[in-house]
Design a protein around this ligand. Structure first.
Ligand SMILES: [Zn+2]
Length: 180
């Protein structure tokens, strides 16, 4: 709800445009599912789990593998490497990665880490934008309209787009497309 209040209409339309553009680059239609791994290949992004990060201290690998408290992050820009939490569900993995692709497609600066606390120094405006674009990439408004015209249920829509039902509800709320 807060997202629709803070993000201007033009920005939201731009995100729908990016979601359509990325699909058409892959010869997909606006209502086709866009698997994160397909988009990763298109963007030359390598998706890694913590143990695949070269020269990462084994104690840090263990901490990351034991934790649910993080989702994904861009750890290197050239070549592009994105680390993803392998503990999360497939639907969550999709939204985690789409969020990172959102940062990338919006050309946000890579997040630095506070040397004192070790915590990422995120910019909230960038996060809101990446959340929004990530959700559009997963379920474009046109895709949601298509699904509603086909009288698909919330569960069927979620399965079609490799998304969680929570994501389907979120997209329904922000686009004003009512689902059953
Ligand atoms: Zn982010």
């Amino acid at each position: 709800m807060a997202l629709t209040e803070t993000l201007p209409t033009e920005f939201r339309q731009k995100c729908e445009g990016i979601a359509t553009e990325q699909r058409s680059l892959l010869n997909l239609r606006a209502f086709d599912p866009l698997p994160a791994d397909m988009l990763a290949a298109q963007l030359n992004a390598k998706i890694l789990t913590p143990e695949q990060i070269p020269s990462l201290d084994p104690s840090v690998v263990k901490i990351l593998l034991d934790s649910d408290q993080w989702s994904a992050g861009i750890i290197n820009q050239s070549p592009l490497w994105i680390v993803n939490n392998p503990r999360h569900t497939p639907a969550r993995r999709e939204s985690n990665l789409m969020h990172e692709f959102g940062h990338l497609l919006l050309r946000h600066k890579i997040v630095r880490f506070d040397p004192n606390t070790g915590l990422p120094l995120r910019r909230q405006s960038d996060e809101d934008e990446a959340i929004y674009l990530g959700s559009c990439l997963q379920i474009p408004r046109r895709g949601l309209l298509w699904a509603v015209q086909r009288q698909m249920t919330q569960t069927e829509i979620a399965l079609h787009f490799n998304a969680s039902e929570e994501m389907v509800r979120l997209r329904s709320n922000v686009t004003g497309v009512n689902i059953r």
